[in-house]
Every structure is written in C-alpha cells, then in structure tokens.
Design a protein around this ligand. Structure first.
Ligand SMILES: [Fe+2]
Length: 248
C-alpha cells in the first residue's frame, strides 16, 4: 500500500511478501537523484515478535541485494552485504547525522514496540548540498548540524516522520550515503537522520539496527569479514542480548 499523503509510508501486513515490499523500498530509498525521498517507514502489522522482525530485516536485505544486482543503473555486478548488525536500547536524542559507514550505504532499522515517545526526522542534506554547489561531505565539513546551528539550514529539506507510531513493529530504511551527485556514476544519494526521544525510566526502546552496503566497499572499510558477517547474522537472528547504545 502506498499512502498518498506520505509516499514513504508502507505497510507490511500479514501475507505481504518481502520481495514485493523490497521493490517499493528500493525505489523510495535507493535513489540516484533527488526525485525520491531517500527513506521509507514500514508499519509491520503482521510482525508479532522481536525475532520475527529481525528475520524480516534479513529477508529484506536479501531482496534489496537482488534488486541492486539486477539494477542496470547501479552498474553493478555485485550484491549488498552487512556492514554491521546491532541491537540496543536507545533513549538518547540525536542531532541530524549520518552513521559512520561507506559512502554508499543503507540503514535498515527495526523499531520494536515501546512506551517511550520519540520523534524521527530525515533531512535531505544531499539535495541541499547540491543546491549550494557542495558535495555532501563538503556540506558536513562546513555546516555540520552536529556541532553548530546549521540544522536551521536543513529545516526546509527536513521531513518529520509524523506517521511513526511506537505501538507497532516498524522498519525505517534510510539512504545513509555521502556520495556526490554525478550523472555518469549513478551513486546513491543519502539523507541525514535524527531522533528526539523522551527518556522513560524503566522502559526500553529497542532498535534492531543494521547497515548494508555494496560489497565493493568492504575491502577497505569492512569491520566484518565475510565469515564474521555470517556469524554476526546468526547472533542477530537469535540473541536476546542488547548492546550498549553508541549514542551517548
Ligand atoms: Fe544514527
């Protein structure tokens, strides 16, 4: 289902197949220009447990990988691989940022139901940078919203995910890239993400948090070798453990 008010809002209902969902997500998120939003929110009304959500993330990564491989515009003869897989209780607010990952990368974030209130926003910094004649990295170097008032600049290109509802299992898929726009290269165009969280003592806000990227980036940047990625995925799909949040 595509929602006309929020084209980036999708639903995964009982029998919806992941490959069909992945096609919609691929179009919305894996953009190579600024005609699509670069992110998607999926309400998983058919998902009933943490393990089921993590299985859906793994299946979605597989399906997106296949689409990436088939996408002639990607000029790709390769697939997507895990860059990292984590799960943590995250109750700290963050300013707009991109996660440390290769210059073409996707975040697949699984939010478990929670009583903690939060507001997620996405800022199209690649488009803003391009309008200003800067590359995304140049924009972050000169106007980093983590450190100064530059997030004022981002306001016109910021979308609040008002449809985010912590009552449900939800996925947020974010194009986390920093590659500059280059019509000959057709690389992913990223967005920044941030969350305002109202901390709640005694409650949890669990995020099953993963990053994937084209395999070509794993030689130089890889924190996970291929074997480690398999092992890590096994842990991710079965563990009850939560790690320390990287956001302090
Ligand atoms: Fe982040």
């Amino acid at each position: 289902m595509i929602n006309s008010t929020y084209p980036w809002l999708l639903a995964q209902e009982g029998d919806d197949s992941i490959p069909a969902l992945a096609r919609k997500i691929y179009k919305l998120v894996c953009r190579k220009d600024f005609t699509q939003p670069g992110f998607a929110l999926v309400r998983q009304t058919g998902v009933k447990s943490s393990i089921e959500q993590r299985q859906s993330i793994s299946a979605l990564k597989q399906a997106l990988s296949k689409l990436y491989f088939e996408d002639a515009a990607s000029n790709s003869e390769e697939k997507l691989e895990w860059f990292n897989l984590n799960r943590f209780d995250q109750q700290n607010s963050t300013k707009p940022h991109r996660d440390g990952a290769p210059e073409e990368s996707l975040l697949i974030l699984g939010y478990e139901p929670s009583t903690v209130k939060s507001e997620l926003s996405i800022a199209d910094y690649s488009k803003l940078a391009n309008d200003m004649g800067l590359s995304p990295n140049q924009f972050l170097e000169t106007h980093n919203p983590m450190y100064d008032q530059s997030n004022e600049l981002l306001r016109p290109v910021t979308t609040k995910l008002t449809a985010f509802n912590p009552k449900y299992f939800q996925l947020v898929i974010v194009n986390n890239s920093s590659a500059p726009l280059d019509p000959t290269m057709k690389r992913w165009q990223g967005v920044l993400h941030c969350a305002k969280v109202q901390k709640l003592e005694g409650a949890q806000r669990v995020i099953n948090s993963t990053v994937v990227c084209p395999m070509k980036y794993l030689d130089s940047d890889d924190p996970l070798s291929k074997n480690q990625a398999k092992e890590r995925e096994r842990w991710f799909l079965t563990s009850l453990d939560l790690q320390e949040s990287t956001y302090k």
